[in-house]
Design a binder for this molecule. Structure first.
Ligand code: PXG
Length: 285
């Protein structure tokens, strides 16, 4: 069945959803995006995702040509048009078509695209047994070069690290920043549990401030689990009692091995299990 795509001002069949070869989103990765999820017909934290999209756009001096409420409606309309109640939504805003030079001032018509699809989930045993991951040699790009807080269409830094993970037989890879501190994984944030307390790197470690991350921090707080942002090194993961990742696609997923070193007992821990259960409740509330 062809999917129905929202393009700028209307819903079109996927064959008609086309962007120009001169679009700077294609030529330079010049644009921003979001990945959202709907559960039982409701988009999880839609407003927060839109706020992050607008912040990313602002950071690259890209004016989104539609108001937030129109984009919010487009997300819901696209899900409905594809008969999806539990789905994944990709929201993309490109710089628009321009000349072959870099100059963003010589582009026009930024494209606002909403794609809704079924979500391809990790197999259940990844959750029951936990992931084995490796540290990528590819460093997270420095904030002074390009802020990782911007969810831009230029994801090559993450893709290079993802390739390293895949070559090592892992679906995720840990990325360190230029100082050797833990930043995040290629598409997920990282948490560790030490002595009953939750720790996660701060935004200035070179991370995307994940919406799932923030939700899990709130859930920890509500559950009386102490949670702090802290600078972490691999030492903190190797010696942690538990480790897990958070992201829109993965939700909360345990990590039991980093670089061939067993973390904690080598099985998903109780705090990870508690926060996973609480997160499942939250998204269906
Ligand atoms: N860090 C990075 C670098 C991300 O891209 C997250 C953390 C988690 O953020 P949220 O807001 O989702 O909790 C992301 C987002 C994929 C995929 O196909 C995942 C993301 C982006 C693009 C694709 O798994 N993750």
């Amino acid at each position: 069945m062809p999917r129905i795509i929202f393009m700028n001002d209307r819903l079109v069949p996927e064959e008609e959803a086309r962007v120009s070869v001169f679009d700077h989103g294609l030529l330079y990765g010049d644009g921003v995006f979001e990945g959202l999820r709907s559960y039982a017909g409701r988009v999880f934290r839609l407003d927060t995702h839109l706020d992050r999209l607008w912040a990313s756009a602002r950071a690259i001096c890209l004016e989104i040509p539609l108001p937030k409420n129109v984009v919010a409606k487009a997300v819901n309309d696209t899900l409905a048009a594809n008969n999806l109640t539990d789905g994944y939504v990709r929201l993309v805003v490109t710089r628009g078509a321009g000349s072959l030079g870099l100059d963003p001032n010589r582009t026009h018509n930024p494209q606002v695209i909403v794609i809704a699809d079924t979500i391809s989930l990790y197999p259940a045993e990844f959750y029951s047994q936990g992931l084995k991951i490796v540290t990528a040699a590819t460093q997270r790009v420095q904030s002074a070069a390009l802020s990782p807080r911007i969810k831009s269409l230029n994801y090559l830094n993450n893709i290079m690290a993802k390739l390293e993970g895949l070559r090592a037989g892992c679906v995720e890879a840990l990325m360190l920043n230029h100082k050797g501190e833990v930043a995040e994984c290629t598409g997920d944030n990282v948490f560790v549990v030490r002595s009953g307390k939750l720790l996660t790197p701060p935004p200035d470690a070179g991370i995307l401030e994940g919406i799932t991350r923030n939700a899990v921090m709130e859930l920890a707080h509500a559950a009386g689990i102490d949670c702090h942002e802290a600078t972490l090194t691999r030492h903190d993961i190797y010696t942690a009692d538990e480790c897990f990742l958070t992201g829109t696609a993965a939700e909360v997923i345990p990590v039991v091995d980093l670089d061939g070193r067993t973390i904690g007992t080598g099985t998903p821990g109780p705090i990870t299990a508690r926060l996973t259960a609480d997160f499942h409740k939250l998204v269906r509330q």
